[in-house]
Design a protein around this ligand. Structure first.
Ligand code: S3P
Length: 208
């Protein structure tokens, strides 16, 4: 446990036990845009008293404040994906923290291998209608600037779910108070890291 985390926790709290079991590893939230990775990640970090890092934001910082949309428009998606992989590799070296990844990051095998080595992954699984409701107010998702965003979301969910499912833990992200989802994350992380109970069946032949 980091000194900061140790100072804040009652030694026997589930939160303290999670941070102790985590060691130098990160908690890495994966899943679709609008699944709540940043919202839940920020609260989970605060609950555990470890830093919260948003990978999309770190990519923007690394590009002198260009937005993700601007990076997509000026340099293209493959360039963004390479930068995203590099940023995540760096964040994973930084010690215990909660990281919100961009929705496509976990699709890269090399990134999944790094996350497996240096972190515990949590898939925030949200249904298409929940995602659509959450993202439609904003235009900052370049992949959703299509004629039919609902169809695009459905396609991405179908393509990505088999890969997101490889995460260590799956939590259903739905329209309930954020703290309820955080509670469920804490419970599942405790079961996975402290009690040694697999929160999701882990596939025997994982080629991630
Ligand atoms: C993307 C998700 C976005 C951002 C980029 C691409 C994706 O992040 O990385 O627009 O491929 O799903 P969020 O999941 O944080 O919205």
């Amino acid at each position: 446990m980091t000194e900061t985390a140790a100072r804040h926790h009652d030694r026997s709290s589930p939160e303290a036990e999670i941070v102790a079991a985590l060691g130098r590893r990160a908690i890495v939230l994966v899943g679709m845009m609008g699944s709540g990775k940043s919202t839940i990640g920020r609260r989970l970090g605060a609950r555990l008293h470890v830093p919260f890092l948003d990978a999309d934001h770190e990519i923007e910082v690394a590009h002198a404040g260009m937005t993700v949309s601007e990076i997509f428009a000026q340099h293209g998606e493959p360039y963004f994906r390479d930068g995203e992989a590099r940023v995540l590799a760096r964040l994973l070296e930084g010690g215990p923290c909660v990281i919100a990844t961009g929705g496509g990051a976990f699709m890269r095998e090399e990134t999944r291998a790094r996350i497996r080595a240096r972190g515990v992954s949590v898939w925030l699984q949200a249904d298409g209608d929940v995602i659509l409701r959450r993202v439609k107010r904003r235009s900052d998702r370049p992949l959703l600037q299509t004629a039919d965003p609902a169809a695009t979301i459905a396609r991405l969910i179908a393509e990505r779910s088999p890969v997101y499912r490889l995460a260590d833990i799956v939590i259903a992200s739905r329209d309930v108070p954020h703290e309820k989802i955080v509670d469920e994350c804490v419970e599942a992380l405790h079961a996975c890291l402290v009690s040694g109970v697999a929160a999701t069946p882990s596939p025997a032949s994982d080629t991630r």
